[in-house]
Design a protein around this ligand. Structure first.
Ligand SMILES: Cc1cc2nc3c(=O)[nH]c(=O)nc-3n(C[C@H](O)[C@H](O)[C@H](O)COP(=O)(O)OP(=O)(O)OC[C@H]3O[C@@H](n4cnc5c(N)ncnc54)[C@H](O)[C@@H]3O)c2cc1C
Length: 389
């Protein structure tokens, strides 16, 4: 077993920290204005490219940074320190786009990788959240193409994306299928753009699809393969969420510790108060253990283990890290007292922003179902042991 960061990982971590430092000054503007100006987005894009951290999940030959899963985790851990979800300005095309045909790759994926196009994933609907099989969006055959009808909710980046990856049932036999749909295709409209707890650099609009005509070339992967592509996306994305929430918790803890060292009340510094020390100790413990496990599972991904085991292990990492990070930012806010409740305090923003990590890409309850189902079907051995490599 080897736990040291290799020179390559250490360099990547430093590079990601440098990019994080370049983006961090935009946080206040993003919070105050609920988003960033086109100039700010352009400047961030240049920094992402200059740091070579565009599309870290995509191969170098297509223009991506071509990082392994462990390398991506190291990068996301740093980027997670950013508030206002500015980590999402460091674009990572949806993993399912790896299923593109060569023509789709040229039209969608390569420009997406280079930051010239942007995708948004549209799976969730009003009556289909944790259970995507309940979607009612349909794609009806029309000549050699399809006509899509339905509604999609919570489409992250839907405001700036110029194409959507849409899950629909292909009629008549309701085969779940992903479609690549240009956002300016006639029949697509934004129904609502709700405000959420967090201030996110992008929006999460709701879309209506009314007789949206697409050609056969819009099908991503094969007809009926929609759930498989969705699952593929979730598995790695859950590990990235685990990594980002750990980075976020570390930032909050560092700020809270600095504060506790300078804030004196009742004749002593907060850092000398045992109740505050307990908050700090619990937070250190949760960050250290979750970081270690998330790195372990990422490494196991790169060894190419069994997909079902990895799926359950990624669920374990997401569940543990996102729940722990929510506890940590809550403690850190408490250490700041009233100042912790001010939006100008990064800890306050992290406290609001980390809440969604217990909901999206599968709620905490869904992660528990994944872990418990795997336990019931195949036992505990693989879930509890290290891979033998
Ligand atoms: C800010 C934000 C951004 C998002 N971005 C996207 C996006 O880009 N694309 C996209 O497609 N979706 C997106 N989502 C949707 C997200 O994935 C869903 O919200 C999530 O899957 C939960 O679905 P739901 O909200 O419908 O809750 P529900 O599925 O209705 O669940 C409600 C509650 O019931 C629990 N529950 C559900 N089923 C079970 C069960 N079997 N056993 C026990 N408990 C259960 C849940 O855990 C939850 O606590 C986003 C959501 C948010 C909030």
């Amino acid at each position: 077993m080897e736990f040291a960061l290799t020179p390559r990982l250490a360099e990547l971590k430093e590079r990601a920290a440098s990019l994080t430092g370049k983006i961090m000054p935009y946080e206040d503007a993003c919070e105050n204005d609920n988003g960033l100006s086109p100039e700010a987005h352009a400047a961030i894009r240049e920094e992402v490219l200059a740091h070579g951290l565009q599309a870290v999940n995509m191969p170098v030959e297509w223009g991506g940074a071509g990082l392994s899963v462990l390398e991506q985790v190291v990068v996301q851990d740093e980027l997670g320190k950013l508030t206002n979800a500015l980590w999402d300005a460091v674009w990572r095309p949806a993993n399912c786009l790896r299923a593109c045909t060569p023509e789709q790759r040229e039209r969608y994926l390569v420009p997406d990788i280079l930051g010239n196009r942007r995708d948004a994933v549209a799976i969730t609907e009003e009556h289909a959240g944790s259970d995507p099989s309940r979607i009612t969006t349909t794609a009806t055959r029309d000549g050699d193409g399809y006509v899509i009808n339905g509604e999609k909710w919570f489409v992250t980046v839907g405001d700036v994306a110029d194409f959507l990856i849409v899950l629909a049932y292909v009629r008549p036999d309701d085969q779940p299928t992903m479609f690549l749909v240009d956002k300016d295709t006639p029949g697509i409209s934004v129904k609502r753009t709700p405000r959420y707890t967090h201030t996110f650099v992008y929006e999460h609009p709701e879309f209506v699809f009314e007789d949206v005509r697409v050609g056969p070339e819009a099908v991503l992967g094969r007809i009926g393969e929609g759930y498989d592509l969705t699952r593929d996306w979730f598995t790695e994305e859950r590990l990235m969420i685990a990594a980002r929430t750990i980075g976020a918790a570390e930032r909050a803890l560092r700020l809270a510790v600095d504060w506790a060292k300078e804030r004196e009340q009742g004749g002593d510094l907060l850092i000398n108060r045992q109740m505050i020390q307990a908050y700090i100790a619990d937070s250190v413990t949760e960050i250290a253990t979750n970081r270690a496990f998330t790195h372990q599972v990422a490494w196991e991904f790169d060894q190419g283990g069994d997909r079902k085991t990895l799926h359950a292990k990624a669920a374990t990492a997401k569940l543990a890290a996102s729940e722990a990070s929510n506890r940590i930012v809550d403690r850190c806010l408490q250490i700041f007292g009233g100042r912790g409740y001010m939006r100008e305090n990064a800890v306050e923003r992290l406290w609001r922003e980390l809440r969604v990590d217990r909901i999206w890409e599968g709620t905490s309850e869904v992660q528990r179902l994944v872990i418990a189902n795997e336990t019931a079907k195949r036992g505990l051995d693989d879930l509890l042991s290290f891979t033998t490599g």
